[in-house]
Design a protein around this ligand. Sequence first.
Ligand SMILES: C[S@@+](CC[C@H](N)C(=O)[O-])C[C@H]1O[C@@H](n2cnc3c(N)ncnc32)[C@H](O)[C@@H]1O
Length: 267
Amino acid sequence: MAADHEYSDSFVAGLQWMWGEGFLSPGGAEEVALILEGIDLTGCHVLDIGCGLGGIDLLLVEQHGAAKVTAVDVDASLINQARALAQAKDLADRLDFQTVTPGVLPYHDNTFDVVFTKDSLVHVSDKAACYADIHRLLKPGGRLAMGDWFGSDNIVTPEMQHWLTIVGLDFKLGTLNAAKALLRAAGFNDIHTRDRHHWYADYMAEELATLSGRSYALLEQKIGPEAARQRRDSSRAKQVVVDQGQLRPGHIQATARPAVTRRQSQE
Ligand SMILES: C[S@@+](CC[C@H](N)C(=O)[O-])C[C@H]1O[C@@H](n2cnc3c(N)ncnc32)[C@H](O)[C@@H]1O
């Protein structure tokens, strides 16, 4: 589980430098739309787990038509910034940002139409318990739309060990196939996965461009030379493990068991 404040101010500033204001993960609006492909949020109550600064939650409401988004994160500082964003956009009535503790989330069974999450469950060690809790929170037939970082079936390379050490994040990487099996065991069906490795391998070039030349000089001014150097070193080391296929983004959509099957499994 991620420790509170694992995402320091300079780390968060560096991520937004690469990925855009309000985003702590790559791909922006296009990637969010792809994660949600075929899922209509109109009128839905959506739970976003690991919302970070809330840039995605604005999209869920403004572009995807969610009636309400309950967005949770373990980092109180990020949640405070997300709340300020919702207020500035006059959307506080539809965007509810809450700090939570890792583990079972404090909401009733069958509360949400859709659970969305992007690049956050990688911090959770007990994925089986997490998926079971998401299933509990979804209404019968509700949809899960998630993006996350995944690992490879191959043995972890020394370069991967190196990147995991220098990035300073508490990542718990499983494979896309392992996640699929765990989701099925948690009660989900209609599970579809999408490996985004090729997309991200190309996208890395754009990321690295934000960390070179004039742009890098501006980042140094913004967060200081030491933090900027760490950001650049970490991204360069990441490019190696992405090229090796050791680190790969992926998407999963799944449907929570309908009510009738839930009743049968309890009998
Ligand atoms: C890479 S950021 C992604 C944030 C946001 N989803 C985005 O794409 O911009 C991962 C987020 O997950 C949060 N997080 C880590 N462990 C968590 C947990 N157990 N429950 C909820 N949020 C968690 C972190 O605090 C961080 O804000």
